[in-house]
Ligand binder design. Structure first.
Ligand code: 5GP
Ligand code: MN
Length: 341
């Protein structure tokens, strides 16, 4: 995939357009942050802009400026359909394949709009007319900042836009901790702070608003954790029963997988989560260093993502899924035991 020239888009944006911004199913901080940042920015350029997301966002994002304007495919199907069908420009943010928008994917495929992809995932599909893509970017929100820069419009970044961009970078980098965090990421964050955002307050709204149930569920995930020291791998799981007994709400398991990588010597970590709404187990893969979880997720679990963070699915039950996972690890022996000769 190659980036395209932004000149056609630039010319289109010279006059008011009907614009729809979309992102992936089960939107996370980066998906919602990038969508709302671009929404506020394009509105300032006098366009008619709508954010259409496939399904609802987790509670810890409900305070974001513009949240109440978001149209959800699950709740307002007809409206979502109409907006996408009538859009002149359609933005695809934070996803590399239209399939990741699930219930919106047919509408997006059929849309005649000029399509713009802004994303940082590996191996994007070729579906957009304009591509603004960089796998080195820490977050799609970082790309939104750079996109605004391409238009020489940083002066239009106000506190709301800055807050949305910061939120997405913060959540996708694990609070500026992951290897994807570059000097540029920090430079952008510094500029956002100068724009007047309340960084400590944003961190607090996302990370210090846990429910007691969620903390107990984390305890369960920690006690279910297994380690395979020889393969530098740790995994954990949560069953439907465990989720139900802790009154699971969307977003409650966000970040749990990272605890697998907190173990000394572990560089490949996985969480398997049974799903109330979909007939499959949702899997999150994380790694540190060279082990490529995008390739692993693609090869065995119909997924993908980034080198150090990816996701996938399994339609088998939990026991079978974990057995299949352990079997597939054996095929990656060499990469998982880099010190062995
Ligand atoms: P998470 O584990 O947080 O759901 O996802 C980690 C990363 O992998 C995210 O960037 C997400 O967009 C991507 N990802 C998650 N699930 C899938 C999937 O099923 N397919 C693909 N292609 N990417 C995924
Ligand atoms: Mn992202």
């Amino acid at each position: 995939m190659k980036n395209t020239d932004l000149s056609i888009l630039e010319a289109l944006l010279k006059t008011p357009k009907k614009i729809v911004i979309t992102s992936h199913y089960n939107p996370d901080g980066d998906a919602v942050g990038s969508s709302l940042a671009l929404y506020h920015f394009l509105k300032k350029l006098n366009h008619h802009v709508e954010v259409v997301l496939p399904n609802e966002l987790p509670d810890f994002l409900s305070w974001l400026p513009g949240k109440k304007d978001i149209v959800l495919g699950t709740q307002s199907e007809e409206k979502a359909k109409k907006l996408i069908a009538e859009a002149e420009i359609l933005f695809s943010l934070d996803y590399n394949t239209v399939k990741r928008t699930e219930n919106l994917s047919d509408l997006i495929d059929q849309s005649q709009a000029f399509k713009v992809l802004i994303d940082h995932h590996r191996e994007p599909e070729d579906f957009a007319d304009c591509v603004y893509w960089d796998i080195e970017a820490s977050a799609t929100c970082e790309l939104i900042y750079r996109f605004i820069q391409e238009f020489d419009a940083e002066a239009l970044i106000d506190k709301d836009i800055a807050t949305c961009i910061y939120l997405g970078i913060m959540t996708d980098t694990g609070s500026f901790k992951f290897a994807s965090t570059s000097a540029e990421t920090h430079r952008i964050a510094a500029i956002l702070i100068e724009k007047g955002i309340e960084a400590a307050d944003i961190q607090s709204k996302v990370f210090d608003t846990q429910t007691y149930d969620r903390m107990q569920l984390l305890g369960k995930a920690l006690s279910n954790m297994k380690i395979i020291p020889d393969l530098h791998t740790a995994y954990t799981f949560l069953t439907l029963e465990e989720l139900k007994s802790h009154n699971f709400k969307k977003g409650d398991t966000e970040g749990f997988v990272n605890y697998t990588l907190a173990l000394d010597g572990v560089f490949f970590g996985v969480i398997f989560i049974e799903n109330q709404h979909e007939p499959y187990i949702k899997i999150s893969f994380r790694s540190k260093g060279d082990f490529d979880v995008n390739t692993f997720a693609r090869q065995y679990f119909s997924g993908g993502g980034h080198k150090n963070a990816s996701g996938g699915k399994s339609v088998m039950n939990m026991e079978e899924t974990i057995a299949y996972f352990i079997k597939s690890l054996n095929e990656y022996h060499k990469q998982l035991m880099p010190d062995e000769k």
